[in-house]
Design a protein around this ligand. Sequence first.
Ligand SMILES: C[S@@+](CC[C@H](N)C(=O)[O-])C[C@H]1O[C@@H](n2cnc3c(N)ncnc32)[C@H](O)[C@@H]1O
Length: 186
Amino acid sequence: MANQLAIFLGELIRRPTQVVALAPSSVALSEEMAAQVPQGDGAVVELGPGTGKITTALLNTGVPAKDLHLFELNPVFVSHLQAEFPGVAVHEDRAENASTYVNGPVKAVVSGLPLLSMPYEVQQAIVGGAFDLMGSDGRYIQFTYGPKPPVNERLRGELGLTWSKSRKIWGNLPPARVYTFTRQGN
Ligand SMILES: C[S@@+](CC[C@H](N)C(=O)[O-])C[C@H]1O[C@@H](n2cnc3c(N)ncnc32)[C@H](O)[C@@H]1O
């Protein structure tokens, strides 16, 4: 645990524009993210897992390790994830490329990415790619510290997204909410 925090803070200092968070997600936020994943068969893709707080919650809620695919671009986090989570597919690549590795059916994409700080085209590749990967009833699950839905407004319109949001999780640093996006009609 202390090791995880040290790795996270070291990478925050080294690559602040990629990590973009003061601390790893809390257990409460990670559990709220994992609780949005539907039960039943299907793979789960996690984007930007960092040191794996949300990964742990996903495994604890019963997602089998063999059904979990992680996409993380930071090689230090990737080494840590590979050591911590045997049996989970850890891809050292950008979230934008997830669809080139995973063959469906994917039931949910869970994102710890700093999505709103990314340019529109990158968000489009990530969120559009996530919905291409999932069936029409897939869920894109994303936390945010801010007051607005964490997907660009224009992109929400283009993809026909609707969403629900969780209560505010005050125990997280900073406090955060979980948004679950689906395509209209689902
Ligand atoms: C805010 S941290 C979240 C870490 C972890 N999910 C958590 O909640 O504690 C963002 C993570 O996204 C990763 N990241 C940023 N841009 C990425 C991209 N384009 N593709 C994959 N990972 C990315 C960073 O390296 C970092 O691990």
